[in-house]
Ligand binder design. Sequence first.
Ligand SMILES: C[S@@+](CC[C@H](N)C(=O)[O-])C[C@H]1O[C@@H](n2cnc3c(N)ncnc32)[C@H](O)[C@@H]1O
Length: 280
Amino acid sequence: MLRRSTAWLEKRGIESPRLDVEILMAHALGLKRLDLYLQFDRPLGDDELDAIRKLVVARSERRPVAYLVGEREFFSLAFTVDERVLVPRPETEQLVELAVARLGSRADPVFADVGTGSGCIAVAVLHEVEDARALAIDVEAGALEVAASNAERHGVAERFEAHRGDLLEPLRATSAWGALDAVLSNPPYIVRGDSGVEAGVLEHEPHQALFVPGDDPLELARRIATAALKALAPGGFVALEVGHESGALAGAMLEALGYRDVEVLEDLAGIERVAVGIRA
Ligand SMILES: C[S@@+](CC[C@H](N)C(=O)[O-])C[C@H]1O[C@@H](n2cnc3c(N)ncnc32)[C@H](O)[C@@H]1O
């Protein structure tokens, strides 16, 4: 079954067919991946074969594995995901690392996570920084439901507050406005029509999570950084994940807005990914 399904996915142009089949089979059988090999000679029942076939067919239609199994690991935590949210990406862990390092030295820090999606950034930071509080914002009600379920799943729900609305606007009328320790965001930064987006991403992940409204990849990042000048307490920081060609521009944008000690951090692949600056 492993061999046949792998060959089938390979023929349909799926990039990591063996790994995907292992994950899907393990999920269908309620096993760990390693168990597939430990139980290599176990006969499969008709129901089990059916369940595996359905998942493999769905994968051949380029549905992301994370949606098929209902979760994705991020920052060593399992996050529930479905079609309402972007699948968390490993490069976003860098934003979490930076936030944990900087917020960990502050007393009772309060931060915003703008465009929280699955809640992966907010929940991972709350998990690491025990006295922190997160105000997680998304324009999509469905995303906030997923994020809240992940906060619950990882035992941080009482320090996680969901707000629905446009970027930082929902916080304007709250006591957190002007008092935030950090504004974190991995906003949409792809321009519609960009030919570099994988077909599976384009067909199955929410477009609200992928695309900027116009043709400037930094449009939402700029609006967040501009509003954050008012939402942050003096000395608070903004940290933004940006597209792979926008790092230097994002750094220059933060400097032009008046942020100090601006840095642009590279991800593991050496791509400038996260722009960070401190409110003067
Ligand atoms: C790139 S996804 C990031 C999701 C998650 N934070 C992560 O890193 O995986 C961007 C998120 O921003 C939300 N979003 C898009 N436009 C928004 C807006 N104007 N105001 C608030 N949220 C927005 C989308 O619904 C989506 O959940």
